[in-house]
Design a protein around this ligand. Sequence first.
Ligand code: ADP
Ligand code: MG
Length: 455
Amino acid sequence: MEINHVQVWNECLSIIKSDISEKSFNTWFIPIKPVKLENKVLTIQVPSKMSYEWLEDKYIRQLKKAILGVLGSKGRLEYKLPVKNERNQSNKKVDRTINPFAIPGLKKIRIDSNLNANYLFSNYIQGDCNKMARSAALAVAKKPGGTSFNPMIIYGGVGLGKTHLAHAIGNEIKTRFPNHNIIYITPEDFTNQIVKAIKDNNIEDFIRFHRNVDTIIIDDIQFLSGRKKSLEILFNIFNEFHQNGKQIILTSDRQPKDLEGMEERLISRFKWGLITDLTPPEFETRMAIIDEKLSNEELEFPYAVKEYICYNITNNIRELEGVCTSIIAQATLSERDVNIELAKEVIQKFVSFNNKKISIENIKNVVASHYKLDVELLNSTSRKREIVMARQISMYLAREYTKHSYGRIGAYFGGKDHSTVMYSIKSVKNMLDVDKQFSEVVNNLEKEVQFTLKG
Ligand code: ADP
Ligand code: MG
C-alpha cells in the first residue's frame, strides 16, 4: 500500500521529536499540517510566513534529516503558506508554495532590531502633551499592522519624546510578539545602506531584506528630504509594507505637509495613517518626568529645586534631563549640596552650552586630565594602553559632540587617517556595550566635557 502524506509526516515528526526540545517541538511542529505527497515531495502547511522562516532558519537540518530518512534521498519538502492579509477582503487566497531544498538561499535573515531597551512605555510619562500619541502608539504596539494607524507618524519639536516613543512601540512589540521582525533605523543609516547597495550592485538584496521585516521604524524622516534615491526606495518599501499589512512608524520634527524636499506622492501616502503630535509638557508632566529620571539615582533633589528646574526649562525634555544630570554630576564631583543656587548655576551654563559648540580641544583637555596625561600624547602614535584608550575615547567624544567628519577628527589627533578614527570609535562603542565600568568612565567624561565649557 502506498504510504500517504499523513503517515510520512508522522514518521518525520517522530524523528524530529527526538532531536529537539519538547517546547520547540510543540511550538513549531505541532501546528504544521501535512497536505500532500507527490513524487516524493511532501507538502506541509505552515501557519504563517513567520513560522516558515523560523523553521528554515532553525530547523532545516532536522527537517532534512527526517525527510531524507523517511522518503529516501529523493525526498523533498515544500511549504504551503497562507497568503496573509486578512484585512484585504479579496478572496483570492492564492497558495504560495516554497521549496526550501530547491532554493537553499532562502533563509530568514536574522535582524538586529537596533532598539534602545531603555525606552519603554513604562517610563514614558503620560501628560496632556502626549496623551493621544501615547495611546495610539500603544494601540499600534498591541496590534502592529492591524490598526488603521498605518503609517503612524509622530511629529514634534526637538527633545519632546519622539524617539523614546518610537522605541517604546518597538520594545513593546518585541515583548508581545517575540518572532516579529522589527527594525529601527535612522535616515543616515537608511541612506548609507542604500548607497552601499547601489555601489555593490545589490539593491535587490536591500529590498529583499525588507521583505523579512514586519515593522519598520524610521526616526526623523525630515533628514531624508532631498535624498532622491532614498525616497524612491522608501516609497517602494512603503507600498509593500502597506499592501502586506505590515506596520510603518515614522517620526518627524514637523508636520508631513511641511516636509520640504519630500516627494508629494510619499506625503500623500503618509495621510493614509495617523499623524499625531507631541507638544511641550505641562508643568506637572515636567515634574513627573524629573521624578521618573531621578528614581534611578542615589541623589535626591529637594522639591524646591525640582520646581525651580521645571519653571525654567519648559519646552525640551532632553534639556530637562540634561540639567538634572549636570546637577548630579556637579554635586557628586564637587561634593556640593543640591540646592537652588546650584540649579541656577547649572541652568545658566546649560543654556549657554546649548548655544555653544564643544570643541575637540576642549574634549582632549578633559580626557587627558582625567588620565593624567600630557595632551600632546593624544596626538602621538604611542601604542601604550592608557594613551590608546584616552585617544580613542577623545575621538569618540569628538564624533558625538562635534559635527566633524572622521577625517577631520583625525587631523586633530596628529594627522590620523579616516579609517583609524572610525576604528577607534567603533572600539569604544563595542566596549561601551560590554564593559560597565568603562561606560561609567566615559559617561563621567561626557558630563565633564559639558560642564567645563566656560560660560
Ligand atoms: P526627540 O526624539 O523628540 O528629540 P527624545 O525621544 O530623544 O526626543 O526625548 C528626549 C529625552 O526626553 C529622552 O531621554 C527621553 O527619554 C525623555 N522623554 C521624552 N518624553 C518623555 C516622557 N513623556 N517621559 C519620560 N521621558 C521622556
Ligand atoms: Mg529623536
